[in-house]
Write a protein that binds this ligand. Sequence first.
Ligand code: ADP
Ligand code: GN1
Ligand code: MG
Length: 370
Amino acid sequence: MTREEHCSQIHEAIGAFDFGGECIAFENYGSGHINDTFLVNVQKDGTIKRFILQRMNREIFKNPAELMENIVGVTSYLRKIIIENGGNPERETLNVILTKDGASYFTDSHGECWRAYLFIEDAVSYDAVEKPEDFYESAVAFGHFQRLLADFPANTLHETIQGFHDTAARFEVFKRAVEDDVCHRADQAAEEIRFVLDHEHLAHALCDMLAQGSLPLRVTHNDTKLNNIMMDRETHRGLCVIDLDTVMPGLAVNDFGDSIRFGASTGAEDEKDLDKISCDMRLFELYTKGFIEGCGGSLTETEIRALPLGALTMTYECGMRFLTDYLQGDTYFKIHREGHNLDRARTQFKLVKDMEAKKDTMKAIVEKFM
Ligand code: ADP
Ligand code: GN1
Ligand code: MG
């Protein structure tokens, strides 16, 4: 697609939504790995209002209607509770902007699907922890999010990505990718492949606990990266949990673990210098405290004890997903350089090793909060 075609596709999408004014500018926005995000400026009566416009990833989200049904369901549910609690529903939850036809998303002439949200003003999302207190606040907010959804009718939620955190199933997909080696990249990743195979127990531990009934299924976020939460610029509180594409029944310990994987790492997810990568136990402790508080006493003792395992599992799983994508030719996660997914996989495995070495410390930390 040429630049002009690309621009005209975005204009077509902008024209479809009921923004209540005239679009005067748009730009690429954010650093998510999945959707294409744009910031749209709309002028009305001399003032500028901002919106988020997203092209949903059709390769990944096969059923946009079901996806948007989940998001509309969850955000309207949250909206009610926020209003009851005297909060601001325009900032504390995502607000879906309908199309001029009253639909929750728009399909353009190329078959691409788009949605729009109110832009959450005076808030910021971080790609790395800048202040430890912010990480603590994000933990409270992610825990609170789960608690708010405790009574949401889980049976109304569609599974937007099948087996999203079924680590055991992902292990099978990984093994197939190694066998098929469609891009002839397995040689370059021999050490990382060995690491995944040697740690197969991590693919099963939580799945087994779930199957045995020792961990409850809850409505969880499932993608609790630090940049999936908007922090209030002024109060520094976790304001709004965003990126709701994977809100589905899941494990609380996975929500905890995914946050640790990303936010408690001392380096970026794609850092090439592995000496810079470790799991910061001070951040681990802050997050643990905040998450348990945010969950408001709803976590069981078994869940709390399994929090370190959640961190290990999510980090292992994410590394395995990056490596699978590298082997399959980078078709899932957006990449910005050659070998990007392999670099990402390497940081995750370095983190797993570091967490294994710090297992007793993590255990002692969570026990403090029992
Ligand atoms: P992806 O699925 O690609 O990660 P996200 O929904 O997380 O997409 O959006 C990408 C980024 O855009 C977020 O990390 C955040 O910085 C920004 N963003 C998304 N929605 C909003 C919003 N409603 N208001 C302000 N910023 C937003
Ligand atoms: C993706 O959408 P984003 O960038 O917040 C991915 C997560 C991974 C993460 C790794 C739907 O999250 O599962 O943990 O990248 N989301 C999806 O950074 O696959
Ligand atoms: Mg995101």
